[in-house]
Every structure is written in structure tokens, then in C-alpha cells.
Design a binder for this molecule. Structure first.
Ligand SMILES: Nc1ncnc2c1ncn2[C@@H]1O[C@H](COP(=O)(O)OP(=O)(O)O)[C@@H](O)[C@H]1O
Ligand SMILES: [Mg+2]
Length: 595
């Protein structure tokens, strides 16, 4: 997929896909008992409500002319009872439907989140994080109304509609038919605007997604924004995106608003028609049409168009919801490109021999990044990777954990092809410290323990001591219990590195991967850290990317990588003797130190 950005709309699907709704049905199924109960209650209450016009008709046509006071009082009390039952049922409905909707939303949301956590790095490389967030939060929220009230109301209203039509025909067939004449008009309107309305809602959801992407990006980058005083420009971009969203929304909602006035109009016309014709027919003495009948009929007409209105607005929210559902299911269905192959075996306990055989790799089709990488690290070796920025160092080590699939070639650990093992069993046995040392919100202790949830406090502290993080942690006001915020902004970059370093160590891995683990740590701490580490690295295989060559001088093997190729490989002494690129690099740092 082409890389997406805040000002690039996601693709539109013009075809209405009914399977989305079927799928939504599978989420609703577990709650069908609740749903049936609610619908049953509502149907009973709406049937009861249907009786009131008939009761009124009786009072008007029979009891008042007969001056039957007891009858009138009994019927009035009956009406009161009906209203009471209806209001109790409505109250129950509100609770039941709200719970129903929220439960379904919860399930959908956890499905997306679970899947998001499994999606490979490449998924996140390809789209703004704000566009992912908006799916999990806003789009799912947008279903809330449909799921809680929409479906229940619609089914109930359908029943009411059937009742009303039956009652109307029971009262007077001729007048009932006049009322029904309005329906075909409405159908024509709905048919005419259907596709436009759907596309308009899709565009609107795309624009809200763009806006979210920009907000997320701006919040992450707010420090840079402020240091380069870009606030005004950013506000302009934001306002533009906001405006686009507003316009798209207005455009979409315009179609929704078309239906209401149309229904209102049709309902008024039919009522007028019934009155005019009704009174004329009473005048002509047509059989079966009385003042009571007319009043009852008007009562039903009011009720006839109310469910039609609900059905129309359900139809509207259905179209809106489908545009969100498509994105939600698209996310849940997003193929996990890096996944266990068929019959993947569990990675046996790792000893630590790592071999790259003719490995080629590209992030994007047609843009090769690594070309023919070959090397072999024996158990306990420490491999250093050096080279200019963008050379492919991080890429090489990302492949050892199988964060991406290879284009060709093979990576083996203890002779086992890593593409043939269960990914989790592989990653569990590795300690990886990524270049971006991410800190989660929580205590320092939690953050280090992320590497091994079973580790005791003592083990956490031991790991922190090994990487020389203990001292600074103890200086924090609550030591290991100090709360840090998301991304660890209250810590220095070096401190964050030390914490992620400890995290990687805590997993007690047989293969340790450190991507510029010490780039922001002062030389003094680094020398201390080196001592602790050399003992620790003794029986592990390690891959260390470092710019400060003093840290990797003693490695078993140093690889000089440039342009996605290994240019030189050997021990420090060998490479110095060779007087190649490594030698130049070393000399430049050495000279720098001398000055
Ligand atoms: N997620 C990515 N998507 C596309 N290209 C990438 C990605 N990450 C890195 N690259 C490209 O791959 C090359 C190697 O990057 P990297 O391995 O991170 O270099 P470094 O040696 O600095 O660690 C660079 O040209 C970079 O632009
Ligand atoms: Mg890198």
C-alpha cells in the first residue's frame, strides 16, 4: 500500500457491501436474548398504545352520547394504566439497549486492538497513527447509537407499523388507503439519494480520519513545532483539515435532512387529505365514517408516520455506520504479513548461533535496502555493526527478530530457519533494545519489568545495576516506584536508554540486540556499563550497533555496513590493518579525541 498521510484520503468503496452488516450481526448474536426481550416488551407496549385512539373513539361515539359516566371513568382509568405500563417499559428499554450497545462495542473494540497488536511494523510504517486511532475510538463510537437504539427501535417500530396499519384498516379501510399513498413517494426519494448519501458519508469519515492523523502528529511533534515557532502554519493546516471535514459532514448530513422534511410534508398532506375527504364523506353520509372515526384516524396517522420516520432515520444511520464499519472490519481483516507459517514449530531453547545467508530485503517493493548479507555469529560472539546513518544497520537487526519478512535468503538461529518457527517463541528468547527507547506510562519498575513479567523486584534492580541505571533511579523522589509518563518525557534521553537497556537484559536472553543503546549516555557511565556488561555478555550472542567505536573495539567481529552491504568484516585489529573504511572511521574519532 502506498504510504498514507494526513492530507491523503483513504480509498472510497462505492459498492454497498451487505456482508459488513451480516458480520455486524455476528457481534449482535450473543446478545439476542436481551434484544428479543426488549423488542417483545416494546411491541406489547406499542400494541397497548394502539388501543388509545379506539378507546377515544368509543368515548366520543358511544359513551358521551349515552351519558355513561361510569363507562367514561373506567375507560379513562384503563388509558392511564396503559400509559403507566408504557413508561415503565420505556425505562427498561433505555437500560437494556444502552447495555447491549456498549457490550457489542466493547467486543468490536477489543477485536481491533488485539489485531492491531499483532500487525507487523510494516503496517505502522504505512499509515499515520492518528488514522489507526480514529478507527478504534471514533468509528466504533459512531456505531453506538445504531447498536443500542437503532436496531431495537427499528424492529419495534416495524411491528408498530404493522399494528397501526391493521388498526387503521379496522377503523376505516378507505381512509387507511389514503394514508398509505404517501409511502411510494418516500421510497422514490430514498432510492434517488442512496448512493450519493453513502459516498458522502465515506468522504466525511475520510476527512475526520485525516484530521485525526494531523492532531496525533501535531501532539507528538509539539516540541519541534514550538522550537521552530511553526504554530501559525500548523493552525492553518489544522483549520484547512477541519474545514474540509466540516464541509464533508455538512454535505453528507444534507441527505439525511432531506428525509425528515419529506416525511413531514407527506404526513401533513395525507392528514389534510383525510380531513377534507373525511368531512366531505361525513357530509355525504358515507357509511362508517363518523367524527369519532376521523379523530381515531388522525391519531393513527400521527403514529403511522412516527415509525416511518424512525425507519428512515435508521436507514440514515445504517448508511453512516456502514462507512465506519467498512474501515473497522478492514482493520480487523488487515492481513498479518509477518506471521507463523503453516506448521511452525516452537523455537527450541536458543544457544545463540546466528547466520544470515544471502539475505535481501526491501521495505517497499522495488527499493532494495539490504543486498546479499552473509555472516555467521557463533554462540557467545559479540558482533558489532558500524557504518554511516541510513546504511541499513537497524534493518539488519530488525530482521533477526523477524519484525519484517525477507525478500530472499535465510536467517537461521542454531541452524533453524527463523521463518519456520513460531514468532512468539523466537522473540521471547531475545533481548532487544530498539533504537527508539520507548517508555510506557507507569513506574520505572514496571517499565523495566516489561522485559520479563515474572521477574522479581530484586532481579529488576540487578538488571538496573548492571546497566548503571540504579544510581539515577535511586535519586528520583520515589526510586523504582517513580511514575513516568508516556514516552518518559520527564527522563533524559540517556536515562530512557538505560531503562530500556535494563529491560532488554531482564529477559535474560541468549541473543541480545542493542541498537545505539548508549548513544546518549555520557562516556563515564558508558565505561562503567561496559565493565558490567562484558561479564554478562560472556555466554550470549550479542549484536551491538554503536557509533562510539571505543565501545565495540573488543567485539568478536565488527561489520562495516554501507549502502545495505557489508563492506568490511573482521576484528578491530584486522580492520585497522586493512586501512579501509573502518580504519578511516576509527581514525576520525581518534583524531577527534586527540584534539
Ligand atoms: N520503515 C521503513 N520504511 C521504509 N524505509 C525505511 C524504513 N526504515 C528505514 N528505511 C530506509 O532503510 C535504510 C536503512 O535504514 P536503517 O537500517 O534504519 O539505517 P541505520 O543504519 O541508520 O540504522 C534507510 O535508507 C532508510 O531510509
Ligand atoms: Mg539505526
Amino acid at each position: 500500500m502506498a504510504r498514507n498521510k494526513y492530507d491523503i484520503d483513504e480509498t472510497l468503496n462505492t459498492e454497498f457491501n451487505i456482508s459488513q452488516l451480516k458480520r455486524l450481526g455476528s457481534y449482535i448474536r450473543p446478545y439476542r436474548k436481551d434484544m428479543i426481550l426488549t423488542i417483545a416488551l416494546l411491541t406489547i407496549s406499542s400494541a397497548l398504545g394502539m388501543l388509545t385512539p379506539i378507546i377515544l373513539m368509543q368515548i366520543m361515539d358511544v359513551y358521551i352520547p349515552n351519558e355513561d359516566i361510569t363507562g367514561i371513568v373506567v375507560l379513562s382509568l384503563l388509558m392511564l394504566l396503559i400509559f403507566l405500563i408504557i413508561s415503565v417499559v420505556l425505562r427498561m428499554k433505555i437500560t437494556l439497549t444502552a447495555r447491549l450497545g456498549q457490550n457489542i462495542i466493547h467486543t468490536i473494540r477489543s477485536d481491533i486492538f488485539k489485531h492491531l497488536q499483532e500487525l507487523p511494523f510494516s503496517y505502522y510504517d504505512d499509515r499515520p497513527h492518528g488514522k489507526i486511532q480514529v478507527r478504534v475510538v471514533n468509528y466504533v463510537n459512531s456505531l453506538s447509537d445504531l447498536l443500542s437504539n437503532g436496531i431495537v427501535n427499528t424492529i419495534t417500530e416495524l411491528f408498530s407499523l404493522i399494528f397501526i396499519v391493521i388498526f387503521m384498516f379496522a377503523v376505516n379501510a378507505r381512509l387507511a388507503l389514503i394514508c398509505l399513498l404517501g409511502l411510494p413517494l418516500l421510497m422514490i426519494l430514498i432510492f434517488l439519494i442512496k448512493t450519493k448519501q453513502r459516498v458522502a458519508w465515506q468522504i466525511s469519515s475520510n476527512k475526520s480520519s485525516n484530521l485525526n492523523a494531523y492532531i496525533a502528529e501535531s501532539i507528538s511533534g509539539v516540541r519541534v513545532t514550538q522550537s521552530f515557532t511553526r504554530e501559525q502554519e500548523n493552525s492553518k493546516i489544522f483549520n484547512r483539515l477541519c474545514g474540509e471535514y466540516k464541509d464533508a459532514w455538512m454535505d453528507a448530513v444534507k441527505y439525511n435532512f432531506l428525509l425528515w422534511p419529506a416525511i413531514n410534508n407527506i404526513s401533513t398532506w395525507t392528514t389534510v387529505a383525510i380531513y377534507v375527504l373525511g368531512i366531505a364523506w361525513i357530509d355525504q353520509g358515507v357509511k362508517g365514517i363518523t367524527a369519532g372515526v376521523l379523530i381515531a384516524m388522525t391519531g393513527y396517522i400521527g403514529r403511522f408516520w412516527a415509525p416511518v420516520n424512525t425507519l428512515a432515520s435508521f436507514y440514515n444511520s445504517l448508511l453512516t455506520a456502514v462507512s465506519y464499519l467498512e474501515r473497522i472490519f478492514e482493520t480487523i481483516d488487515e492481513p498479518v504479513l509477518v506471521k507463523d507459517c503453516e506448521g511452525a514449530i516452537e523455537m527450541p531453547p536458543i544457544k545463540g548461533e546466528v547466520e544470515f545467508k544471502k539475505v535481501c530485503f526491501s521495505y517497499e517493493d522495488g527499493v532494495p535496502i539490504l543486498n546479499d548479507i552473509n555472516f555467521k555469529a557463533q554462540v557467545g560472539d559479540s558482533f558489532a555493526i558500524v557504518g554511516p546513518t541510513g546504511a541499513g544497520k537497524t534493518t539488519i537487526i530488525n530482521l533477526i527478530s523477524r519484525f519484517y519478512n525477507l525478500d530472499s535468503g535465510e536467517i537461521t538461529i542454531d541452524g533453524v530457519d527463523i521463518s519456520k518457527v513460531q514468532i512468539k517463541s523466537l522473540r521471547k528468547q531475545m533481548g532487544v533494545m530498539l533504537q527508539d527507547s520507548f517508555i510506557f506510562s507507569g513506574t520505572i519498575m514496571d517499565n523495566i519489568r516489561y522485559g520479563n513479567m515474572d521477574a522479581t523486584d530484586e532481579e529488576v534492580i540487578k538488571a538496573a545495576k548492571t546497566v548503571r541505571a540504579h544510581d539515577f533511579i535511586m535519586e528520583l523522589e520515589r526510586g523504582y516506584k517513580t511514575e513516568v509518563n508516556e514516552r518518559g518525557t520527564r527522563l533524559s534521553v540517556g536515562q530512557r536508554q538505560l531503562i530500556s537497556f535494563a529491560r532488554a537484559l531482564l529477559a535474560n536472553p541468549k541473543i541480545l540486540i542493542l541498537d545505539e543503546a548508549t548513544s546518549s549516555i555520557d562516556t563515564e557511565t558508558e565505561i562503567l556499563l561496559q565493565e558490567g556488561l562484558s561479564k554478562l555478555l560472556a555466554n550470549r550472542t550479542s549484536f551491538i550497533i554503536a557509533h562510539r567505536l571505543s565501545t565495540i573495539k573488543n567485539s568478536t567481529c565488527i561489520m562495516y555496513v554501507d549502502g545495505g552491504r557489508i563492506e568490511e568484516m573482521g576484528t578491530h585489529e584486522e580492520l585497522i590493518k586493512k586501512k579501509g573504511k573502518y580504519y578511516e572511521l576509527y581514525m576520525s574519532q581518534y583524531k577527534f579525541l586527540e584534539e
